[in-house]
Design a protein around this ligand. Structure first.
Ligand SMILES: C[S@@+](CC[C@H](N)C(=O)[O-])C[C@H]1O[C@@H](n2cnc3c(N)ncnc32)[C@H](O)[C@@H]1O
Length: 257
């Protein structure tokens, strides 16, 4: 961790949350729904893997609500991990930060434990290619204990080849953001502003050097459909899959090992 203060990093974490809310005004409601499912299925004492955790927004909420839980926040971007580590630290020994690239061959080798009660992910897995996603779901099938649960909160599109659904996801998303007072493309402006501001922060210089070396920025949209996620989860050994929360294509996909 660099010498910058906890307050410094907390400001970056708070502004991260604000720009993420511009993409998803229901972000807090979605977090809450996911935690409700966790509590119903695995109780209040569990070990969870947070995939593509960014600066740890969801892990922090989980650890606040469940004082006996532990989280492993995994992300391959050193910039967001530096912010998260600075703002949240180890959360009294209950939060571990993991540097790994999801879906890359052998990514599970760096995990500090072999079994988890649950895995979660928010607004992250749409960054993965279909091949990486298949590998991830297969590996998750091995990492979760029998009865363990996986919850993915993300934009999980309808089938784009279906004429009646084509375009509906994007159109409803536009209307939804407008209703919440978010101007078209303002969400991306907020994202770009956050990254440009972070790049100017001297306390993040070393993290950005590594970020650039890894080319850890946002990739092109992958558009892996909901049906494709479900098929890959089944192939990975998950027995039950269901959408447990949704606003149009913004959904929480739930799977039981
Ligand atoms: C939009 S952010 C969401 C972060 C956080 N889950 C949240 O809801 O605020 C997506 C995160 O996924 C991470 N990510 C994307 N692909 C990844 C991969 N293959 N391995 C690890 N992290 C990845 C990115 O670095 C980024 O921090």
């Amino acid at each position: 961790m660099t010498a910058a203060s906890r307050e410094h990093w907390n400001r970056w974490l708070a502004s991260w949350d604000r720009q993420q809310e511009a993409f998803n005004p229901t972000r807090e409601a979605r977090f809450t729904a996911m935690m409700d499912v966790l509590e119903s299925k695995v109780g209040r004492r569990f070990t969870v893997l947070d995939l593509g955790a960014g600066p740890g927004s969801f892990s922090a909420r989980i650890l606040r609500r469940f004082p006996a839980a532990r989280s492993f926040a995994l992300d391959y971007d050193p910039v967001v991990r530096t912010v998260g580590q600075g703002a949240l630290g180890t959360f009294g020994g209950r939060l571990r930060w993991v540097d790994a690239k999801l879906g890359a061959p052998g990514w599970t080798a760096v995990l500090p434990r072999r079994k988890f009660d649950a895995a979660v992910s928010t607004t992250a897995l749409h960054w993965l290619t279909p091949v990486q996603l298949s590998r991830l779901y297969w590996d998750l099938g091995r990492l979760l204990r029998p009865g363990g649960v996986f919850l993915n909160g993300d934009y999980l599109p309808w089938d784009r080849a279906d004429r009646d659904l084509a375009g509906l996801g994007r159109a409803t998303a536009r209307l939804y953001l407008r209703r919440h007072g978010i101007r078209p493309h303002a969400e991306w402006a907020g994202w770009k502003e956050w990254w440009a501001g972070a790049r100017r922060d001297p306390a993040l210089r070393a993290a950005f050097a590594e970020h650039d070396r890894r080319a850890a920025g946002h990739p092109k949209d992958r558009e892996v459909t909901l049906a494709q996620h479900v098929r890959r989860l089944r192939a990975g050994g998950f027995r039950t899959t269901a959408v447990v929360w949704q606003v149009f294509e913004n959904r929480v996909l739930y799977a039981v090992r």
